[in-house]
Design a protein around this ligand. Structure first.
Ligand code: ADP
Length: 408
């Protein structure tokens, strides 16, 4: 069984193909295009590359295409994509303006290009379905909560992979199995020997910190929308709800313009004076730019703030994990995040830290009570495994529901 996982950005298409015919599954192909102007062509080129590389003979070799979708009204977990699910995604497009629209467009194009291949989504909100109610609730009336005004949590596939992989690496197969089966049984499986507590820091173009107890999320820094929590590359991060009306009344900004600015011109980009890649921000800071320095300090401060919250909620931690572009590669951000935490049992080994880039490794010192790990993100594998499980349960024969070809 071969599954293509497509990662859709507004101007990018990245993919991985997994083969599940043998255990463990294998990665057959990965690739991608940046600065995509013609999406239908990019999908065609992706399929051509897969054929050329011998990963598939034709598109019917694919058991399904999986998508790491963000959020939809009334839909969560792993589902077959059809017009109703897309309508749910459209209903929440305003909450995830950088993510839902490209996914909706891309999914319609995939449906058009390969009508006989099932399209299956795993929503990023899925990982938080079992988090305690008190951790996910805002202090608003029930009617607002029912509308969807609640903490949803995102980067679910990434943090779920960390839940599984950190337990495997630290010899807790019972917890790893519980995490792997989470979407099947909601964490009901496997007796626990003792609690296994993980704080997962996904630091990348967008960032979040999640607390994980025995493979199950207990809370996360992102709330109602992917614009919340830590400062993101160009999205604002947490902001008091009274800030928006204040800003609009004070400056005369329209709601649409304020929304655009919070989603595209804020976060690290606003703080640093126009840079949204940490490598550029660091280069500026090295030259003495105080705005760039502040941007780095805010990111580190917010990351530590959330690590602190989960250290308390979890009553300590067994592992602190760094993942995603910044978490995997950025030695100095990791060092700054872990500085002066020895009284809390977190001590980095500077040499191991400096030597670790884009590779799995323990970077804490031998006497650190909390193991500090770097684990490269593998969100696509989490999606592919859930899609496979979905197909095995529901069968491939059940056709994908109708998807309107609005972009024909
Ligand atoms: P996205 O969230 O868009 O998938 P990534 O997880 O790749 O993004 O994270 C992007 C961030 O990670 C950027 O700020 C970039 O500076 C940093 N980054 C990515 N790759 C590297 C690398 N090889 N070396 C240093 N920093 C990197």
């Amino acid at each position: 069984m071969k599954i293509l996982v497509a990662n859709l950005g507004s101007t990018s298409l990245k993919w991985r193909v997994f083969d599940f015919s043998k255990r463990p599954e294998s990665l057959l192909h990965k690739g991608g295009f940046e600065r995509v102007a013609d999406y239908p062509k990019a999908i065609g080129d992706c399929l051509a590359q897969l054929k050329e590389a011998g990963a598939i003979q034709n598109e019917n070799d694919l058991a399904a295409v999986g998508f790491k979708t963000i959020m939809a009204r009334g839909v969560n977990g792993c589902v077959r994509l059809d017009e109703e699910v897309l309508r749910g995604m459209e209903a929440f497009s305003g909450i995830a303006p950088a993510h839902n629209p490209p996914y909706i467009t891309g999914i319609r194009l995939f449906a058009q290009r390969m009508p006989s291949v099932p399209l299956v989504a795993l929503f990023e909100t899925a990982f938080y379905q079992w988090a305690p109610e008190a951790a996910m609730r805002y202090a608003v009336p029930d009617a607002w909560h029912e509308l969807g005004l609640r903490r949803w949590g995102f980067h679910g596939a990434s943090h779920k992979y960390i839940a599984e992989r950190s337990a495997e690496l630290l010899g807790r197969e019972d917890v790893a199995e519980r995490a792997r089966r989470l979407y099947v049984d909601g964490g009901a499986s496997a007796a626990r020997k003792s609690d296994f507590r993980v704080i997962s820091c996904h630091l990348g173009g967008s960032s979040s910190v999640t607390g994980i107890l025995n493979g199950v999320a207990i809370g996360t820094s992102m709330g109602f929308s992917p614009q919340s929590g830590l400062p993101q590359n160009n999205r604002v991060g947490d902001l008091d709800s009274f800030a928006l009306p204040f800003l609009m009344r004070s400056t005369g900004l329209s709601l649409d313009e304020a929304e655009r600015l919070l989603c595209k011109e804020s976060g690290l980009k606003a703080l640093s004076g126009g840079f949204n890649d940490i490598r550029d921000i660091e280069a500026q800071a090295m030259q003495g730019d105080r705005h760039a320095r502040l941007a780095l300090e805010v990111l580190v401060h917010q990351t530590r703030h959330w690590i602190g919250a989960f250290l308390l909620e979890l009553n300590g931690a067994d592992a602190l994990v760094f993942t995603a572009g910044i978490g995997e590669n950025n030695v100095s951000i990791r060092e700054a995040v872990c500085a002066r935490l020895d009284n809390l049992g977190i001590v980095l080994d500077p040499e191991r830290n400096a030597a670790t880039k884009a590779a799995e490794n323990v970077i804490s010192s031998l006497d650190s009570r909390v193991k500090v790990l770097v684990i490269p993100a593998n969100e696509e594998l989490v999606v592919a495994r859930e899609v496979r499980r979905f197909l095995e349960k529901c069968g491939r024969s059940q056709p994908t529901g109708p998807i309107l070809h609005a972009y024909a």
